[in-house]
Ligand binder design. Structure first.
Ligand SMILES: [Zn+2]
Length: 159
């Protein structure tokens, strides 16, 4: 069983869906499992916002729907630095085939730790859960304005 937020092994944190009666299986969603109270809280906030939008209690204009695989790719991109630092500590001139098990694990640990952190941070910073199969929107993990060619295009427009 994987944590819904960060994909680490779940460790007994969960949620019940109290809209359903105790005898109703829908009260116990099996994929609402978490590794920590941090991830549990992130999920709770996301789900609460989602329910509020469905009920019309808050506006849906600001809902940004992010494809989960996009979040995963952005989290992987964020691991490049961790990978580089771990590789630099070992030495870039050393071929991968000559890594000791400890050195290989050092690189794996750097990447996995960074990845799970990036996933949790994304879900903590996001207001609504990602929904697969819907139109993608700019990923908040990507540096804003990274695709801009000019440093300040709005200044050009006023010139
Ligand atoms: Zn987690």
């Amino acid at each position: 069983m994987k944590c819904w937020v960060c994909s680490r092994d779940a460790r007994g944190f969960g949620h019940t869906d109290n809209r359903y009666a105790v005898v109703d299986p829908r009260r116990y969603p099996i994929d609402w499992a978490f590794c920590s109270s941090r991830c549990q809280a992130a999920f709770h906030a996301l789900y609460g916002n989602w329910v509020a939008v469905r009920r019309g209690e808050i506006g849906s204009e600001e809902v940004t729907v992010v494809d989960a695989s996009e979040i995963e790719r952005a989290s992987m991109r964020r691991c490049l630095r961790a990978f580089g630092e771990a590789g630099s500590a070992i030495g870039f001139d050393k071929p991968l085939g000559q890594y000791t098990e400890a050195e290989a694990l050092q690189v794996v640990d750097a990447i996995v730790t960074c990845y799970t952190e990036a996933m949790v941070e994304h879900h903590e910073a996001t207001k609504f859960p990602p929904v697969r199969g819907m139109a993608p929107v700019p990923d908040p993990l990507v540096v804003p304005f990274a695709d801009m060619t000019s440093e300040a295009p709005w200044e050009e427009a006023t010139r």
